[in-house]
Design a protein around this ligand. Structure first.
Ligand SMILES: Cc1cc2nc3c(=O)[nH]c(=O)nc-3n(C[C@H](O)[C@H](O)[C@H](O)COP(=O)(O)O)c2cc1C
Length: 342
């Protein structure tokens, strides 16, 4: 694959996942606190993606959660057909019960979180902790498979040791237990995002299974997308932080749409309005402040712009900062300032 046109063609090739097919292979990675309903609406307005994922939702809470009151287990009717709900948990039966509700609500599919290495999650035996109990992880996949017929995804990482064979073996076991697709993030737990991911392990995982594998980790520029597909032969790309920094990235990579000069001002302002539509002012401000470091990583003077941008306690204050700082687009970077990409 030589050019961005080749990549776009590849990403626009339909891909069957279980009983359904997606028309585009570039997807939003699940991100707690970032991939909320407002950011997803903004990304939907730009278009160009195949699927969106929610941040992780507690499997214990999902069966009786009220989407009107929940900040996490909530969605727009219009996005359900391309939205996958991610759950975390450690018991096969509660994961199955959550998956049943997710299918009944009409989501595209269910995603199991076997990758999160945050201490609070791992302490409960959830997320990446399940890679220390491979049999239980496989039992969970099998229980969820029995419970639902919609597409079933598993997102996982290399494991707790740098052992590519372990990752490949787990991939095969997940497939055998009924997973329809895998998202693989080639980092060892508890590494967060400070060390580079090992894309060569994506190649190993891809080779081990016949279900689609979405490659994930450090996709920043189109050249990274080309390189990951070439190097790993993965069937799709899963983007996390860059989709927060540049919510138009899907439209840019898959539809060749170039952002205009006012894209930064427009995007920040639009997100404030969408946050205000879905959340009360306090929570909206909190979510904007989580988004801001990734967004400001686009700018040459990222730290100082970030500091000024988030200096407000209300959405109105944030909007006024946006007008002052971004109306004249600041100098930008091709690759974002990674110190803000934590
Ligand atoms: C703030 C934040 C929250 C995240 N939350 C989740 C999550 O809820 N579930 C999950 O599977 N991965 C989560 N991730 C990991 C991402 O899905 C992804 O694997 C990681 O960011 C690497 O991809 P990237 O380099 O494209 O960002 C999170 C990442 C970030 C930065």
């Amino acid at each position: 694959m030589k050019t961005k046109e080749h990549l776009a063609h590849y990403l626009n090739t339909p891909l069957p996942i279980g009983s359904k097919t997606i028309e585009n292979r570039m997807v939003l990675a699940p991100m707690a606190g970032l991939g909320h309903i407002a950011l997803r609406e903004l990304i939907s307005e730009f278009g160009g993606f195949g699927l969106l994922f929610t941040g992780m939702c507690s499997a214990r809470a999902v069966p009786h959660e009220n989407p009107v009151l929940s900040n996490v287990f909530t969605w727009r009717q219009a996005e359900l057909s391309f939205l996958v709900c991610q759950i975390f948990g450690s018991e096969p039966q509660s994961m199955a019960a959550a998956a049943r509700r997710i299918e009944a609500e009409g989501f595209f599919g269910v995603d199991l979180n076997f990758g999160c290495s945050v201490a609070a999650i791992c302490k409960k035996g959830c997320g990446a902790a399940l890679l220390k109990k491979p049999n239980l992880a496989v039992e969970i996949v099998a229980a969820v498979r029995q419970a639902v017929s919609c597409p079933l995804f598993v997102k996982f990482r290399t494991g707790w040791e740098n052992n590519p064979q372990f990752a490949a073996d787990m991939a095969k076991r997940f497939e055998d237990a009924g997973a329809d697709a895998l998202t693989f993030h080639p980092r060892v737990a508890p590494d967060r995002r400070n060390r580079p991911p090992r894309w060569d392990i994506i190649t190993r995982v891809k080779k081990a299974v016949s279900i689609p594998v979405f490659g994930n980790g450090n996709l920043f520029n189109i050249s990274d997308g080309i390189e990951m597909v070439d190097q790993t032969n993965c069937q799709g790309l899963s983007l996390g932080r860059m989709a927060v920094a540049r919510p138009w990235i899907f439209a840019q990579w898959t539809k060749g749409k170039l952002p205009g000069d006012d894209i930064y001002h427009f995007t920040a302002l639009r997100l404030t309005h969408l946050l205000s539509r879905h959340y009360d002012d306090r929570f909206a401000v909190k979510m904007f402040k989580k988004f801001a470091p990734y967004f400001c990583a686009n700018f040459k003077f990222s730290q100082s712009i970030l500091k000024k941008l988030i200096k407000a306690d209300t959405m109105e204050g944030i909007r006024s900062n946006i007008d002052i700082l971004l109306k004249q687009s600041p100098e930008t970077l091709t690759t974002p300032n990674l110190t803000l990409f934590i």
